[in-house]
Design a binder for this molecule. Structure first.
Ligand code: FAD
Ligand code: NDP
Length: 315
């Protein structure tokens, strides 16, 4: 059987595409992944606390609850959901073929909404088998409440909204939070910066980069370097959290769709069309700039409508 549309992903882009496609009677199949890219089905919002800027929730809503609601709405209109990760695709001809470890599916159109995953720094001492997950993490919201971080000084690396959110969140657990950023100005939005700057438990360590994670069985400190003087010092810390951005989840495409130098799917400006006719991309996997739940949802809607128009034209 050939499906009209297969959607890959599980964040706001994928589920918005599914809601629109299902309501358009395209009977979508959605692969939500199983810890794909190291993130639970539901996507990046499963790793955050309150989402305060998604319309319709004036009091905010916890990220995991919002993603549960997206999923329930997709299911309500008949989307067939599989908790499987797509391992590869064959886009050499239509119908396209989509592979997981459990099945192969043929699809007349494909929507890629696989998002992005938090990046880690390759620091001495912080690698797998060293102090990774022994005080070093890339998700404060997932790990911050662990006992090893309680009442300890903690270090967050980054200057974007994630770093602001994570350092603010960690003040609930740590005795002090050092926010280490490589430049002398932050990239984060004004409101998030204000929260950090007005929090007495957070100390900004600007124009510094981390050079090593220190400790034997668990993290004891982070060696940092002042990029203006080259002087190094150790910040005593029980936790080191990377909040330095994301890597798009596009490896499974095997180079069959045009991606940019950072691995993001390239879409034709103003559309969600990729280099392969009938293959559309939505959300953070094709968006380096806005990367918000609501923009992901918006492009998810565009992808479903584009797939519908494509089928009407091409069958
Ligand atoms: P994602 O949310 O990235 O989800 C894609 C998911 O698809 C993956 O996580 C994985 O589960 C699945 N997947 C990946 N590969 C495969 C595969 N091969 N097969 C099957 N499934 C796969 N935005 C806001 O608007 N407001 C906020 O308050 C906010 N807070 C944030 C807090 C944090 C800590 C982070 C990291 C981000 C936050 N963002 C926020 C950004 C927002 O989460 C993202 O812009 C949005 O989730 C992107 O949605 P998406 O649908 O593109 O994909
Ligand atoms: P960003 O790409 O916005 O920021 C990454 C930060 O990490 C930058 O400050 C960057 O420095 C720094 N960085 C990157 N690589 C390195 C490195 N190798 N060494 C040291 N520092 C490094 O990513 P975010 O995850 O913060 O945000 C992604 C998107 O999600 C944004 O659109 C953001 O608005 C959104 N978001 C929204 C939230 C909200 O609204 N509540 C919460 C969290 C995220 P530099 O600035 O020098 O490039």
């Amino acid at each position: 059987m050939v499906e009209k549309v297969v959607i890959i992903g599980s964040g706001p882009a994928a589920h918005t595409a599914a809601i629109y496609a299902a309501r358009a009677e395209m009977q979508p199949v959605l692969f939500e992944g199983f810890m794909a890219g190291g993130v639970a089905a539901g996507g990046q919002l499963t790793t955050t606390t309150e989402v305060e800027n998604f319309p319709g929730f004036p009091d905010g809503i916890p990220g995991p609850e919002l993603t549960e609601r997206f999923r329930a709405q997709s299911a309500r209109f008949g989307t067939r959901l599989h908790t499987e990760t797509v391992t590869r695709v064959d886009l050499s001809s239509r119908p396209f073929r989509v592979f997981t470890d459990e099945r192969e599916v043929d699809a007349l159109t494909l929507i890629i909404a696989t998002g992005a995953t938090a990046k880690r720094m390759d620091l001495p001492g912080a690698r797998d088998g060293e102090l990774w997950q022994k005080g070093v993490s890339a998700c404060a919201v997932c790990d911050g409440a662990l006992p090893i971080f309680r009442d300890r000084p903690l270090v967050v690396i980054g200057g974007g909204d994630s770093a602001m959110e994570e350092s603010t969140f960690l003040t609930k657990y740590g005795s002090r939070v050092y926010l280490v950023h490589r430049r002398d100005e932050l990239r984060a939005s004004r409101i998030m910066q204000q929260r950090v700057r007005s929090n007495p438990k957070i100390e900004l360590v600007l124009s510094h980069v981390p050079v090593a994670a220190i400790g034997a069985a668990k993290l004891e400190g982070v060696k940092v370097r002042d990029v203006t003087t080259n002087r190094e010092r150790v910040i005593a810390a029980g936790g080191l959290f990377f909040a330095i951005g994301h890597q798009p989840n596009t490896d499974f495409l095997g180079g069959q769709v045009k991606c940019d130098a950072d691995g993001y799917v390239v879409t034709k400006p103003g559309t969600v069309e990729t280099s392969v006719p009938g293959v559309f991309a939505a959300g953070d996997v094709q968006d380096k700039k806005w990367r918000q739940a609501v923009t992901a949802a918006g492009t998810g809607c565009m992808a479903a409508l584009s797939a519908e128009h494509f089928l009407a034209e091409h069958g």
